[in-house]
Design a protein around this ligand. Structure first.
Ligand code: FES
Ligand SMILES: [Fe+2]
Length: 355
Protein backbone atom coordinates (compact mmCIF):
# COMPACT_ATOMS: atom_id res chain seq x y z
CA UNK A 1 0.00 0.00 0.00
CA UNK A 2 1.34 3.38 -1.03
CA UNK A 3 3.06 5.30 1.77
CA UNK A 4 2.01 8.65 0.27
CA UNK A 5 -1.74 7.97 0.15
CA UNK A 6 -3.86 10.04 2.59
CA UNK A 7 -0.73 11.89 3.65
CA UNK A 8 -2.73 15.00 4.67
CA UNK A 9 -5.12 13.14 6.95
CA UNK A 10 -3.51 9.78 7.74
CA UNK A 11 0.24 10.19 7.32
CA UNK A 12 2.19 6.95 7.18
CA UNK A 13 4.48 6.61 10.20
CA UNK A 14 7.64 4.62 9.67
CA UNK A 15 9.49 2.64 12.32
CA UNK A 16 13.16 1.90 12.87
CA UNK A 17 12.76 -1.72 11.69
CA UNK A 18 9.12 -2.81 12.02
CA UNK A 19 7.21 -2.66 8.71
CA UNK A 20 10.10 -0.73 7.16
CA UNK A 21 10.89 -1.72 3.57
CA UNK A 22 14.15 0.26 3.62
CA UNK A 23 15.59 -1.85 6.42
CA UNK A 24 16.55 -5.53 6.32
CA UNK A 25 16.97 -7.05 9.77
CA UNK A 26 19.63 -9.72 10.30
CA UNK A 27 17.92 -13.10 10.10
CA UNK A 28 17.53 -16.23 8.00
CA UNK A 29 15.70 -15.57 4.75
CA UNK A 30 14.31 -18.54 2.85
CA UNK A 31 15.33 -18.13 -0.80
CA UNK A 32 14.30 -21.14 -2.91
CA UNK A 33 14.03 -24.95 -2.89
CA UNK A 34 17.41 -26.72 -2.67
CA UNK A 35 16.61 -28.45 -5.97
CA UNK A 36 16.67 -25.06 -7.76
CA UNK A 37 20.49 -25.05 -7.51
CA UNK A 38 21.77 -28.41 -8.71
CA UNK A 39 25.35 -29.76 -8.55
CA UNK A 40 27.87 -27.24 -10.00
CA UNK A 41 25.01 -24.89 -10.96
CA UNK A 42 24.49 -21.15 -10.39
CA UNK A 43 21.39 -19.01 -10.25
CA UNK A 44 20.65 -15.38 -9.42
CA UNK A 45 17.69 -14.35 -7.29
CA UNK A 46 16.08 -11.17 -5.99
CA UNK A 47 15.73 -10.96 -2.24
CA UNK A 48 15.02 -7.96 -0.01
CA UNK A 49 15.91 -5.57 -2.85
CA UNK A 50 19.24 -7.34 -3.30
CA UNK A 51 20.41 -9.32 -6.34
CA UNK A 52 22.29 -12.44 -5.19
CA UNK A 53 24.02 -15.28 -7.02
CA UNK A 54 23.70 -18.71 -5.45
CA UNK A 55 26.07 -21.43 -6.58
CA UNK A 56 26.78 -25.00 -5.54
CA UNK A 57 30.46 -25.94 -5.53
CA UNK A 58 32.15 -29.30 -6.06
CA UNK A 59 31.89 -29.95 -2.29
CA UNK A 60 28.09 -29.84 -2.61
CA UNK A 61 27.74 -26.69 -0.50
CA UNK A 62 25.66 -23.73 -1.63
CA UNK A 63 27.25 -20.28 -1.47
CA UNK A 64 25.75 -16.82 -1.95
CA UNK A 65 27.46 -13.64 -3.19
CA UNK A 66 26.32 -10.22 -4.42
CA UNK A 67 25.42 -10.81 -8.06
CA UNK A 68 27.12 -7.93 -9.89
CA UNK A 69 30.70 -8.69 -10.86
CA UNK A 70 32.99 -5.99 -9.39
CA UNK A 71 34.84 -5.73 -12.73
CA UNK A 72 32.05 -4.46 -15.01
CA UNK A 73 28.86 -5.59 -13.33
CA UNK A 74 27.89 -8.76 -15.22
CA UNK A 75 25.41 -10.89 -13.29
CA UNK A 76 27.47 -13.78 -11.93
CA UNK A 77 24.39 -16.01 -12.20
CA UNK A 78 25.16 -16.55 -15.91
CA UNK A 79 28.73 -17.60 -15.02
CA UNK A 80 30.19 -21.04 -14.47
CA UNK A 81 30.97 -22.88 -11.24
CA UNK A 82 34.66 -23.86 -11.09
CA UNK A 83 35.64 -25.90 -8.02
CA UNK A 84 34.09 -23.98 -5.14
CA UNK A 85 34.11 -20.61 -6.91
CA UNK A 86 31.99 -18.77 -9.46
CA UNK A 87 33.55 -17.61 -12.72
CA UNK A 88 32.14 -14.51 -14.41
CA UNK A 89 30.87 -15.10 -17.95
CA UNK A 90 32.35 -11.84 -19.34
CA UNK A 91 36.12 -11.87 -18.56
CA UNK A 92 36.26 -15.02 -16.37
CA UNK A 93 37.29 -13.44 -13.07
CA UNK A 94 36.55 -15.93 -10.29
CA UNK A 95 35.16 -15.35 -6.77
CA UNK A 96 34.88 -17.62 -3.75
CA UNK A 97 31.89 -17.90 -1.41
CA UNK A 98 33.15 -15.04 0.78
CA UNK A 99 33.33 -12.75 -2.24
CA UNK A 100 37.15 -12.71 -2.59
CA UNK A 101 38.59 -12.69 -6.11
CA UNK A 102 40.64 -15.87 -6.57
CA UNK A 103 41.62 -15.55 -10.24
CA UNK A 104 41.92 -12.98 -13.03
CA UNK A 105 43.00 -14.86 -16.16
CA UNK A 106 44.94 -12.03 -17.87
CA UNK A 107 47.06 -10.91 -14.88
CA UNK A 108 48.52 -11.95 -11.53
CA UNK A 109 47.59 -8.58 -10.06
CA UNK A 110 44.26 -8.46 -8.19
CA UNK A 111 43.15 -4.92 -7.45
CA UNK A 112 41.80 -4.15 -3.98
CA UNK A 113 38.32 -3.44 -5.40
CA UNK A 114 38.14 -6.81 -7.14
CA UNK A 115 35.83 -8.33 -4.57
CA UNK A 116 32.13 -8.88 -4.06
CA UNK A 117 30.34 -9.75 -0.79
CA UNK A 118 29.63 -13.27 0.42
CA UNK A 119 26.77 -14.35 2.69
CA UNK A 120 26.22 -17.24 5.07
CA UNK A 121 23.89 -19.95 3.75
CA UNK A 122 22.15 -22.98 5.18
CA UNK A 123 20.03 -25.78 3.72
CA UNK A 124 17.19 -26.99 5.87
CA UNK A 125 13.67 -28.36 5.37
CA UNK A 126 14.43 -28.71 1.63
CA UNK A 127 15.20 -25.02 1.11
CA UNK A 128 18.23 -22.74 0.68
CA UNK A 129 18.39 -19.94 3.25
CA UNK A 130 20.63 -16.87 3.30
CA UNK A 131 21.79 -14.65 6.17
CA UNK A 132 22.64 -11.07 5.11
CA UNK A 133 26.19 -11.15 6.57
CA UNK A 134 29.18 -13.35 5.83
CA UNK A 135 28.81 -15.19 9.17
CA UNK A 136 25.57 -16.24 10.86
CA UNK A 137 25.45 -16.75 14.65
CA UNK A 138 23.85 -20.20 14.18
CA UNK A 139 21.88 -22.26 11.65
CA UNK A 140 18.26 -21.92 10.53
CA UNK A 141 15.93 -22.07 13.55
CA UNK A 142 14.54 -25.40 14.70
CA UNK A 143 12.20 -26.47 17.47
CA UNK A 144 14.34 -26.77 20.62
CA UNK A 145 12.49 -29.91 21.74
CA UNK A 146 13.33 -31.55 18.38
CA UNK A 147 16.98 -30.41 18.25
CA UNK A 148 19.28 -33.28 17.35
CA UNK A 149 16.32 -35.51 16.45
CA UNK A 150 15.41 -36.60 12.97
CA UNK A 151 12.29 -34.85 11.72
CA UNK A 152 9.89 -35.29 8.82
CA UNK A 153 8.75 -32.16 7.04
CA UNK A 154 6.59 -31.10 4.16
CA UNK A 155 6.49 -27.75 2.41
CA UNK A 156 3.08 -26.28 1.66
CA UNK A 157 2.17 -23.95 -1.16
CA UNK A 158 3.60 -20.45 -0.55
CA UNK A 159 1.32 -17.43 -0.30
CA UNK A 160 2.13 -13.94 -1.57
CA UNK A 161 0.94 -10.77 0.15
CA UNK A 162 1.39 -7.11 -0.82
CA UNK A 163 2.34 -6.12 2.74
CA UNK A 164 5.47 -6.23 4.85
CA UNK A 165 6.29 -9.57 6.49
CA UNK A 166 6.30 -8.03 9.98
CA UNK A 167 2.65 -7.15 9.44
CA UNK A 168 1.86 -10.70 8.25
CA UNK A 169 3.55 -12.03 11.40
CA UNK A 170 1.14 -10.19 13.64
CA UNK A 171 -1.60 -12.59 12.59
CA UNK A 172 -0.26 -15.42 14.71
CA UNK A 173 -0.55 -13.38 17.91
CA UNK A 174 -3.49 -11.01 17.34
CA UNK A 175 -5.98 -11.95 20.05
CA UNK A 176 -9.02 -9.96 18.86
CA UNK A 177 -9.15 -11.40 15.35
CA UNK A 178 -9.69 -14.95 16.60
CA UNK A 179 -13.24 -13.86 17.40
CA UNK A 180 -13.84 -11.28 14.69
CA UNK A 181 -12.28 -13.11 11.72
CA UNK A 182 -12.13 -16.78 12.72
CA UNK A 183 -15.31 -17.06 14.76
CA UNK A 184 -13.48 -18.38 17.82
CA UNK A 185 -14.64 -16.69 20.99
CA UNK A 186 -11.87 -18.28 23.06
CA UNK A 187 -10.60 -15.97 25.78
CA UNK A 188 -6.82 -16.13 25.69
CA UNK A 189 -4.29 -15.63 28.44
CA UNK A 190 -0.99 -14.47 27.14
CA UNK A 191 2.58 -15.08 28.31
CA UNK A 192 5.44 -13.36 26.53
CA UNK A 193 9.07 -14.31 26.95
CA UNK A 194 12.02 -12.71 25.18
CA UNK A 195 15.45 -14.38 25.01
CA UNK A 196 18.35 -12.53 26.64
CA UNK A 197 20.07 -11.97 23.26
CA UNK A 198 16.86 -10.43 21.87
CA UNK A 199 16.70 -12.82 18.88
CA UNK A 200 13.68 -14.81 20.04
CA UNK A 201 10.30 -13.89 21.42
CA UNK A 202 7.84 -16.59 22.56
CA UNK A 203 4.11 -16.00 22.81
CA UNK A 204 2.16 -18.61 24.74
CA UNK A 205 -1.62 -18.26 24.34
CA UNK A 206 -3.92 -20.44 26.37
CA UNK A 207 -7.65 -20.53 27.04
CA UNK A 208 -10.86 -22.53 27.11
CA UNK A 209 -13.16 -22.95 24.15
CA UNK A 210 -16.50 -21.27 24.75
CA UNK A 211 -19.81 -22.69 23.56
CA UNK A 212 -20.61 -19.58 21.59
CA UNK A 213 -19.77 -20.65 18.07
CA UNK A 214 -20.32 -23.82 16.07
CA UNK A 215 -16.61 -24.05 15.36
CA UNK A 216 -15.77 -24.05 19.04
CA UNK A 217 -18.37 -26.65 19.90
CA UNK A 218 -16.88 -28.86 17.19
CA UNK A 219 -13.30 -28.27 18.40
CA UNK A 220 -14.32 -28.96 22.00
CA UNK A 221 -15.82 -32.28 20.97
CA UNK A 222 -12.74 -33.22 18.96
CA UNK A 223 -9.93 -31.95 21.19
CA UNK A 224 -11.34 -31.17 24.66
CA UNK A 225 -12.08 -27.86 26.35
CA UNK A 226 -8.55 -26.44 26.66
CA UNK A 227 -6.66 -24.67 23.97
CA UNK A 228 -3.03 -23.57 23.97
CA UNK A 229 -0.51 -22.66 21.32
CA UNK A 230 2.95 -21.20 21.18
CA UNK A 231 4.32 -18.89 18.51
CA UNK A 232 8.07 -18.43 18.59
CA UNK A 233 9.40 -15.62 16.42
CA UNK A 234 13.10 -15.64 15.56
CA UNK A 235 14.84 -12.53 14.13
CA UNK A 236 11.58 -11.22 12.69
CA UNK A 237 11.86 -13.60 9.72
CA UNK A 238 10.77 -17.04 10.95
CA UNK A 239 7.77 -18.17 13.01
CA UNK A 240 7.69 -21.56 14.75
CA UNK A 241 4.09 -22.41 15.62
CA UNK A 242 3.10 -25.22 17.99
CA UNK A 243 -0.61 -25.88 18.36
CA UNK A 244 -2.73 -28.34 20.29
CA UNK A 245 -0.48 -28.06 23.36
CA UNK A 246 -3.26 -29.08 25.76
CA UNK A 247 -5.47 -30.90 23.27
CA UNK A 248 -6.89 -34.37 23.94
CA UNK A 249 -8.61 -36.92 21.78
CA UNK A 250 -12.25 -36.21 22.61
CA UNK A 251 -13.38 -34.33 25.74
CA UNK A 252 -11.54 -36.60 28.24
CA UNK A 253 -9.34 -38.80 26.10
CA UNK A 254 -5.54 -39.14 25.96
CA UNK A 255 -3.40 -36.12 24.95
CA UNK A 256 -2.92 -35.36 21.26
CA UNK A 257 0.71 -34.89 20.13
CA UNK A 258 1.43 -31.24 19.35
CA UNK A 259 1.21 -29.95 15.79
CA UNK A 260 4.06 -27.88 14.41
CA UNK A 261 4.55 -25.62 11.44
CA UNK A 262 7.19 -23.11 10.47
CA UNK A 263 6.40 -19.90 8.65
CA UNK A 264 9.32 -18.52 6.64
CA UNK A 265 8.79 -14.91 5.61
CA UNK A 266 10.70 -13.53 2.64
CA UNK A 267 10.48 -9.93 1.44
CA UNK A 268 11.05 -10.22 -2.30
CA UNK A 269 10.86 -6.53 -3.25
CA UNK A 270 8.96 -3.55 -1.83
CA UNK A 271 5.30 -4.53 -1.46
CA UNK A 272 5.89 -8.27 -2.07
CA UNK A 273 6.16 -10.84 0.68
CA UNK A 274 6.24 -14.60 0.32
CA UNK A 275 5.07 -16.78 3.19
CA UNK A 276 6.32 -20.35 2.97
CA UNK A 277 4.65 -22.88 5.30
CA UNK A 278 6.66 -25.94 6.35
CA UNK A 279 4.97 -28.66 8.41
CA UNK A 280 7.30 -30.47 10.81
CA UNK A 281 6.99 -33.56 13.03
CA UNK A 282 9.45 -35.85 14.85
CA UNK A 283 10.40 -38.82 12.73
CA UNK A 284 9.43 -42.08 14.36
CA UNK A 285 11.23 -45.36 13.85
CA UNK A 286 8.32 -47.68 14.60
CA UNK A 287 5.27 -47.87 12.36
CA UNK A 288 2.97 -46.43 15.02
CA UNK A 289 5.25 -43.40 15.52
CA UNK A 290 5.45 -42.88 11.79
CA UNK A 291 1.67 -42.89 11.53
CA UNK A 292 1.53 -40.32 14.34
CA UNK A 293 4.05 -38.13 12.43
CA UNK A 294 1.88 -38.31 9.29
CA UNK A 295 -1.17 -37.44 11.37
CA UNK A 296 0.67 -34.42 12.83
CA UNK A 297 1.68 -33.13 9.38
CA UNK A 298 -1.82 -33.69 8.00
CA UNK A 299 -3.58 -32.18 11.03
CA UNK A 300 -1.47 -29.02 11.00
CA UNK A 301 -1.96 -28.59 7.27
CA UNK A 302 -5.75 -28.88 7.62
CA UNK A 303 -5.74 -26.40 10.50
CA UNK A 304 -3.70 -23.90 8.50
CA UNK A 305 -5.86 -24.09 5.38
CA UNK A 306 -8.91 -23.67 7.58
CA UNK A 307 -7.74 -20.23 8.75
CA UNK A 308 -5.47 -19.02 5.96
CA UNK A 309 -8.05 -17.71 3.48
CA UNK A 310 -9.86 -15.80 6.21
CA UNK A 311 -6.55 -14.09 7.09
CA UNK A 312 -5.57 -13.54 3.45
CA UNK A 313 -8.23 -10.88 2.94
CA UNK A 314 -6.60 -8.76 5.64
CA UNK A 315 -3.02 -8.99 4.44
CA UNK A 316 -3.99 -8.15 0.87
CA UNK A 317 -5.82 -5.02 2.08
CA UNK A 318 -3.91 -3.28 4.82
CA UNK A 319 -1.63 -0.29 5.28
CA UNK A 320 -0.62 -0.92 8.83
CA UNK A 321 -1.08 1.79 11.47
CA UNK A 322 -0.67 1.44 15.18
CA UNK A 323 -2.21 4.70 16.29
CA UNK A 324 -4.86 3.30 18.62
CA UNK A 325 -3.82 0.00 20.19
CA UNK A 326 -5.82 -1.37 23.14
CA UNK A 327 -4.58 -3.39 26.14
CA UNK A 328 -5.83 -6.52 24.32
CA UNK A 329 -3.32 -5.69 21.56
CA UNK A 330 -0.44 -6.19 24.02
CA UNK A 331 1.09 -9.01 21.97
CA UNK A 332 1.12 -6.83 18.85
CA UNK A 333 2.63 -3.87 20.73
CA UNK A 334 5.36 -6.17 22.06
CA UNK A 335 6.05 -7.51 18.57
CA UNK A 336 6.49 -3.96 17.23
CA UNK A 337 8.86 -2.90 20.01
CA UNK A 338 10.84 -6.15 19.70
CA UNK A 339 11.37 -5.88 15.93
CA UNK A 340 12.38 -2.24 16.32
CA UNK A 341 15.33 -3.42 18.43
CA UNK A 342 16.57 -6.04 15.92
CA UNK A 343 20.03 -5.41 14.45
CA UNK A 344 19.91 -4.27 10.84
CA UNK A 345 22.02 -5.63 7.99
CA UNK A 346 23.97 -4.03 5.16
CA UNK A 347 21.13 -4.86 2.79
CA UNK A 348 19.23 -1.93 4.27
CA UNK A 349 19.02 1.00 1.87
CA UNK A 350 18.76 3.52 4.69
CA UNK A 351 18.86 3.56 8.45
CA UNK A 352 16.77 6.74 8.67
CA UNK A 353 13.54 6.53 10.64
CA UNK A 354 10.94 8.70 12.33
CA UNK A 355 9.82 6.47 15.19
S1 FES B 1 32.52 -8.22 -15.90
FE1 FES B 1 32.98 -9.94 -14.72
S2 FES B 1 35.00 -10.41 -15.26
FE2 FES B 1 34.56 -8.64 -16.38
FE1 LIG C 1 -5.56 -15.63 11.72
Amino acid sequence: MNRLKNSGTQPFKSHRVFNNWDVVAKGWYLVCPSTDVGPMAAKSVDLCGQRLTLFRGEDGRVRAVDAFCPHMGTDLGIGKVVGNSIQCFFHQWRFDGRGACVDIPCTDHRPEAARTHGYATDEKYGFIWVWPEVEAPEGVPEYPELAGQEVVFEAGRPTYYPCHHHVCMINGIDAQHLRTVHNLAVDMQLDIDESSDGRIVDYLMRGQWSDETRRERMLRRLFGAHYAYRMRYVDGTVGLLTTGLEARIGPNGPPVPAFRMIFAFTPLAEGQTRVQPIYVAPKGTRLREQLVSRFQLFGQKRGYYFLKDEDGAIYSNIRFQNGALLPIDKAVAKYISWTNRLPVSRWSTTHQHDA
